[in-house]
Write a protein that binds this ligand. Structure first.
Ligand SMILES: Nc1nc2c(ncn2[C@@H]2O[C@H](COP(=O)(O)OP(=O)(O)OP(=O)(O)O)[C@@H](O)[C@H]2O)c(=O)[nH]1
Ligand SMILES: [Mg+2]
Length: 289
């Protein structure tokens, strides 16, 4: 299964991003801390060329802290294309003050342009849809200037803002790539909320969640849904979750769509606790899940 979801505004966004890169000092690439690898759009490496890149693992509160530490170390080990090195940090709206102070300071350190007032540097915020780019721009501005929403493709065009410090930030629409070939990556992105329900069926996402979380975080599922034994079959697990959470149709039969809704929303909201769908080790030694 591969996913094709590339709405028209993304073609325009890709062009706008490519045009904005030459005049920016730093590219801030926002990744989803729960799935840093799948949320890394392969187009960005080409588009940004050799501009310094600050990788922000967003939604840090929703990810497993140990996995996030491993990812930061792994991302920082990756060779940078241009001058300097790749810098990665985790951010979360639970610690806005940290983001507010650390991100501009890192951008200033990373900028390579000489003979200019570093307070006036220009940063371009890129990333996949729904990863938290506009939220970041609002945090750095200290007030709401960009539309934010819990669904992909909220931002439809490039928006420039100037921080109090003089730094210019560009918020851009989330960008996907035309065809996501990797099935696991597609499902993780959909579970995380980067791909809309219109492009991938909710039940497929929930069955994937049952399989993936059943393997990685069985105790969380047991605790949340008060299950003593976890069915190993993902379809059966979803039925059990439906029963436990009262996702029933008239007559008492489990409503699978409602059960899927419960599980996916529990994951996205953090009700299952901090969860990482990808670990660095999954991608080493030629092992890819
Ligand atoms: N739990 C949690 N949610 C976050 C965090 N940052 C952003 N969000 C939520 O993620 C959702 C998407 O945020 P946006 O800032 O609109 O994402 P975006 O990357 O601009 O999305 P597009 O414009 O669609 O590309 C919103 O519901 C935010 O509240 C975070 O650190 N923690
Ligand atoms: Mg946005």
């Amino acid at each position: 299964m591969s996913i094709q979801w590339y709405p028209g505004h993304m073609t325009k966004a890709r062009k706008a991003i490519s045009e904005a890169v030459p005049t920016c000092d730093v590219v801030i690439e926002v990744l989803d801390a729960r799935m840093p690898r799948s949320s890394e759009n392969p187009l960005f490496a080409d588009i940004r060329g050799d501009k310094p890149v600050l990788k922000l693992l967003s939604k840090g509160d929703l990810a497993d802290p140990e996995a996030t530490r491993e990812w930061i170390a792994a991302l920082e080990r990756e060779p940078a294309k241009g001058v300097g090195r790749t810098v990665a940090i985790a951010i979360t709206t639970k610690k806005n003050h940290d983001t507010f102070t650390r991100v501009p300071a890192l951008c200033m350190q990373m900028a390579t342009r000489t003979n200019f007032d570093k307070r006036a540097l220009r940063a371009l915020v890129v990333g996949i849809p729904n990863v938290g780019k506009s939220t970041l721009v609002n945090t750095l501005m200290g007030r709401k200037v960009a539309e934010v929403g819990d669904e992909p493709a909220v931002t439809k065009s490039l928006q420039r803002v100037i921080l109090k410090s003089g730094m210019m930030l560009s918020d851009v629409p989330g960008l996907m790539w035309p065809k996501i070939e990797d099935e696991g990556a597609s499902l993780r992105l959909a579970l995380g909320g980067a791909i809309p329900e219109t492009a991938i069926d909710f039940e497929t996402i929930a069955i994937f969640a049952c399989r993936c979380l059943g393997e990685r975080y069985p105790d969380r599922l047991k605790a949340r849904y008060k299950l003593e034994v976890l069915p190993t079959n993902p379809d059966e697990l979803l039925v059990e979750i439906g029963k436990r959470r009262g996702a029933l149709r008239a007559g008492g039969k489990v409503d699978i769509h409602k059960a899927a809704d419960v599980l996916v929303h529990d994951f996205r909201s953090g009700a299952l606790g901090p969860i990482s769908l990808e670990r660095v080790a999954d991608f080493s030694h030629g092992h890819r899940r």
